[in-house]
Design a protein around this ligand. Structure first.
Ligand SMILES: Nc1ncnc2c1ncn2[C@@H]1O[C@H](COP(=O)(O)OP(=O)(O)OP(=O)(O)O)[C@@H](O)[C@H]1O
Length: 608
């Protein structure tokens, strides 16, 4: 139903025209058979020229229509397909972008279905419609021919109809096998694409070469392909056997009927026209049965893929959204995490264990802790990519569960640890922080200046309009695909920072490792810029570079999902706890006569 609605909504006129014409095509072969019989019967009779001319003209007309119809139908079908695919893809990608949280994108079953929906979803509504029309068309042809046969010989009609049943059943069983194999090899194929993708990926190219894993990845790719091929081969063999059997049956059927017809003609019971009609009816019915089965199978296969499309389109939001969300005014007092517990699912361990933390309005809070202690997870909860498993996060006393996630995010700016650099121009990379500034060069340049990226960007071949990619080029650069550049890790990080600065007046600024890839000088400059930017603003800074945190109003130490210390730099140093230990450890590395870290110390750094 959804498929039909999509197709009819996307291309109503083309759909109706295509429907009418392709059903008419079902009658053409029957009409041609009858007209041929009529011409032949009148050839030897003395009914006069007009009795011969009318069916002959009819036959010519049918021939003309039959010659044109496939081309018109093909165009209409392609048009329905294009328009429906556009609408279906628009719905699919609108839906994919509209999931408020992240958990759908971490659910393998959902990702599998999304992948299938992406591959075939857009084309599927038109395929379902095509298959349905094909079914009706074949049914019309079968009815027409069986009706014609009935006039000649009821027993033969029964025989032909009965002979169609095994064809139908066998073809449906074969199609089921094909659809089953398509589903079974789906995961195998995706693994094959994954390995193939790695072998052709610019980012992976360095490691693939250095670690010499090209052969290893290729072998895995080919092994997946062989598995899929073996499954398909088995189905193909079964098809050859069954189809050959069906072909034999059809040939025997046609031969037997022909012998009967010859005998009847000899006895004067049938005319030459009757024999032509009989042969056409038998052949037509058999091929219409095969087409019917094929279309039924195609419809089944398309519907199966459409099932995944539908699953994605109809999937409920991955967060429980308030039916009547509360407005979220500008932050005035602060954000409070009240006894927040969180784990990624029931099967995962607790990441946050009863965190109580207030981020006061207008102050800077720093979060420090070993790898895996839960810092980024806490940031994700603040952006409401997930809801706390227990406890609550309050924005000026309002539970984040009661507000619209989009309204919340509109009040936040962030540089994520795993920020993205887009295959777009430098200016667009910055403007994505606030699409309203897409054409506002002044704002873009100002954000870049604050992030210390301006000089680099200005010197690029096309300045801010330079594509930041070597694998993809923009419409405007298609004649000069060499103009793209790749930025260094640190330069990309400055760009991400510029993007965050562009949304600068937001209520909360989150900086998760904003200087991890910067050199010492850049780090110093950037932290000075961040400090200027954060002054008087509410911010949360995460960094493993302890020196960059010391000016924060409050420093919070997270360990094993719990807050174990909090205070300003001086107080935490004086306390001599975890913060003081980490600070001293890092400071030692900068002393002129310090020994390098022991292996044990390096390992401590990696585990919570
Ligand atoms: N999407 C996820 N699904 C399941 N577990 C996750 C997910 N993301 C993070 N984790 C787990 O949660 C724990 C905390 O991860 P998190 O990224 O919050 O740590 P972190 O303190 O930011 O670490 P780092 O300093 O390395 O960035 C880790 O054990 C990690 O394996």
């Amino acid at each position: 139903m959804l498929a039909a609605t999509l197709a009819a909504g996307a291309a109503p006129v083309a759909c109706v025209l295509y429907g009418v014409l392709s059903l008419a095509a079902g009658l053409l072969t029957v009409a041609a058979a009858w007209l041929t019989k009529s011409v032949l019967d009148n050839l030897g009779s003395d009914a006069g020229m007009s009795a011969l001319l009318v069916p002959a003209l009819g036959l010519t007309l049918v021939g003309v229509v039959a010659a044109l119809l496939p081309h018109v139908c093909r165009y209409l079908s392609a048009e329905v397909d294009r328009r429906t695919a556009l609408r279906a893809d628009a719905r699919l990608f609108t839906k994919a972008a509209a999931f408020p949280g992240l958990s759908r994108f971490e659910d393998p079953d959902f990702l599998d279905r999304l992948q299938l929906a992406r591959q075939g979803g857009g084309r599927v509504p038109a395929q379902v419609m095509n298959a349905a029309l094909g079914l009706v068309r074949s049914a019309i042809t079968i009815t027409g021919f069986l009706g014609s046969l009935l006039v000649l010989n009821p027993v033969l009609t029964l025989l032909v109809a009965a002979a169609g049943v095994p064809t139908l059943c066998a073809e449906i069983a074969l199609a089921r096998g094909r659809a089953g194999v398509a589903w079974r090899v789906g995961a195998t194929e995706r693994r094959e694409w994954f390995y193939a993708g790695l072998l052709a990926d610019a980012e992976a190219a360095k490691e693939v070469r250095l670690f010499a894993i090209g052969g290893f990845l290729r072998d895995r790719m080919l092994a997946e392909r062989r598995t899929a091929d073996a499954a398909r081969r088995a189905v193909d063999r079964r098809e050859v056997a069954v189809q050959s059997g069906l072909g034999l049956l059809a040939a025997l059927m046609t031969g037997g009927s022909l012998l009967w017809a010859v005998r009847e003609t000899y006895r004067g019971e049938l005319s030459a026209g009757d024999v032509t009609l009989l042969v056409a009816a038998i052949a037509g019915t058999q091929s219409a049965f095969a087409a019917l089965a094929h279309e039924a199978a195609r419809a089944g296969e398309s519907l199966m893929i459409f099932g995944h499309y539908r699953y994605v389109i109809e999937a409920p939001p991955d967060l429980v959204l308030a039916p009547d969300p509360r407005p979220l005014p500008a932050l005035r007092r602060g954000i409070e995490l009240r006894d927040v517990w969180f784990r990624y699912s029931d099967r995962h361990p607790w990441v946050l264990r009863g965190v109580n933390l207030t981020i006061p309005h207008g102050s800077s809070t720093a979060l420090v802790g070993l790898n895996g202690s839960g810092k980024t997870t806490l940031v994700k909860l603040l952006c409401r990519f997930y809801d706390p498993t227990r406890g609550a996060i309050l924005w000026d006393g309002v539970d984040l569960r009661e507000v619209d996630p989009a309204a919340l995010r509109d009040r936040i700016t962030a540089v994520f640890q795993d920020f993205v650099q887009y295959d777009l121009t430098a200016a667009e990379n910055i403007a994505l922080g606030d699409l309203g500034a897409l054409d506002d060069e002044e704002q873009i340049v100002s954000a870049a200046r604050r992030a210390g990226a301006h000089d680099t960007l200005e010197e690029l071949p096309k300045g801010y309009r330079t594509p930041l990619t070597r694998t993809f080029f923009m419409e405007g650069d298609k004649d000069d695909p060499e103009s793209g550049v790749l930025l260094s890790g640190g330069q990309s990080q400055r760009l991400a920072l510029a993007r965050a600065f562009l949304r600068g007046t937001r209520d909360l600024m989150i900086l998760d490792e904003p200087s991890a890839r910067l050199d010492a000088e850049a780090e110093y400059e950037i932290h000075a810029a961040i400090a200027r930017h954060r002054r008087g603003r509410t911010s949360l800074l995460i960094s493993h570079r302890m020196g960059s945190l010391r000016n924060a109003d409050v420093i919070v130490v997270l360990s094993g999902g719990r807050i174990v210390e909090r205070g300003d730099h001086a107080r935490l140093l004086a306390d001599g706890g975890e913060y003081a230990r980490l600070f001293a450890l890092q400071a030692t590395g900068y002393l002129p006569d310090a020994a390098g870290p022991s292996e044990g110390a390096a390992l401590t750094e990696m585990s919570p």
